[in-house]
Write a protein that binds this ligand. Structure first.
Ligand code: 5AD
Ligand code: SF4
Length: 332
């Protein structure tokens, strides 16, 4: 176990060679479990409606400027079919907390994806629900669930969210998901208002306690129509250091090089992977809706179709000695 002092040193040192060494060790840790493989997950952004009002997010319900859309179940299934044709075997259905997607509607979509393609992994990421909903979706065949904890420090959680949202319920959800046998992912933003090294230490300790299969971290990026639209974005360097420290803490983790990192850094994907990330999430949302899922400003959208962008991603990873794999990519 790394001590608070050791982690703090790694996150704050101004010695460039120490940082290089950190990233190098993290890369080796990832390679010791997953070799040179980077896993692709086809991301379908199913709805930009959200009942929540998180202070930082462009999709918050009070943001009247956000464009709202909702994919039909058929459109979601079609996106997965197309992804399957391209070779993808792992899909993430992600959306705001849109109650049009009732428990049963979501279960039915998962059942149908699994019925059509028995060899794929399905990940849901649709926010907080009751335990019985998570149970239903698990029984429907869902393999994984992403729900960032956002902030392990309760006080910070409360500065990022309105009173109607609760830190305790967030953790209740994560514990339910774990207990139900999901490969569960938590995570947090880097450099959001109020973030600090002390806060990151708490995030890291929470990860050690929960032992999730996945951790998603990316820089905070200001979004128009939010309370934080005048803040600057989080640091890419700090994001990369955190990726590396967390990789060292658990070499088995599946960790994406996030779109947010790719948005603030031209070569964010490569830098993320070089720092220990081993997942990328190509967007396979239908082109007609893509670009409307604006959780933050200037979000990177690939204009090219999904097959082309997959090919390009594969090439870019090859230049850093990695192999893109479209397989299910289960947690080991
Ligand atoms: N900048 C970066 N990440 C954000 N998220 C939401 N809003 C922003 C933002 N402005 C992240 C949150 C959420 C996930 C869907 O996206 O961590 O869990
Ligand atoms: Fe909704 Fe998620 Fe955005 Fe919060 S972060 S407003 S829950 S989409």
């Amino acid at each position: 176990m790394m001590t608070d002092g050791e982690i703090t040193e790694l996150l704050t040192t101004e010695d460039v060679s120490e940082v290089e060494e950190l990233h190098g060790r993290a890369r080796m840790a990832a390679e010791s479990v997953y070799g040179d493989r980077v896993f692709a997950r086809g991301l379908v952004e199913i709805s930009s409606y959200c009942r929540n009002n998180c202070y930082y997010c462009g999709l918050r319900r009070d943001n009247l400027k956000a464009e709202r859309y909702r994919l039909s179940p058929d459109a979601i299934l079609k996106a997965c079919d197309d992804g399957y044709e391209m070779g993808l075997r792992s899909f993430v259905l992600q959306g705001g907390e849109d109650m049009w997607f009732t428990d049963e509607r979501i279960a039915e979509i998962v059942r149908e994806v699994k019925e059509r393609h028995e060899d794929v992994a399905v990940t849901l990421s649709v926010g907080e629900r009751e335990e019985k909903s998570y149970r239903l979706w698990r029984e429907a065949g869902t393999d994984r669930y992403l729900l960032r904890h956002e902030a392990a420090d309760k006080c910070l959680y409360e500065t990022l969210h309105p009173k109607e949202m609760s830190y305790d319920n967030r953790l209740r959800c994560l514990r339910d998901l774990q207990r139900l046998g999901y490969q569960t992912g938590c995570g947090f933003m880097v450099g959001a208002p109020g973030c600090s090294v002390e806060g990151y230490l708490k995030d890291i300790r929470l990860i050690e306690e929960l032992r999730p299969a996945m951790v998603g971290i990316g820089p905070f990026i200001p979004a128009a129509g939010t309370l934080f639209d005048k803040y600057s974005h989080g640091s890419a360097e700090m994001t990369l250091r955190l990726l590396s420290v967390i990789r060292l803490i658990d070499p088995h983790l599946l960790m994406p090089a996030t779109t947010a990192l790719g948005t603030i850094l031209e070569d964010g994907m490569e830098r993320g992977v070089m720092a220990g990330a081993n997942v990328i999430m190509p967007n396979i949302t239908p082109m007609t809706e893509r670009g409307k899922y604006t959780i933050y400003d200037n979000k990177k959208v690939t204009g090219s179709d999904a097959a082309e962008s997959l090919e390009l991603t594969g090439k870019r990873l090859k230049t850093i000695g990695k192999r893109l794999t479209l397989a299910r990519g289960d947690w080991k």
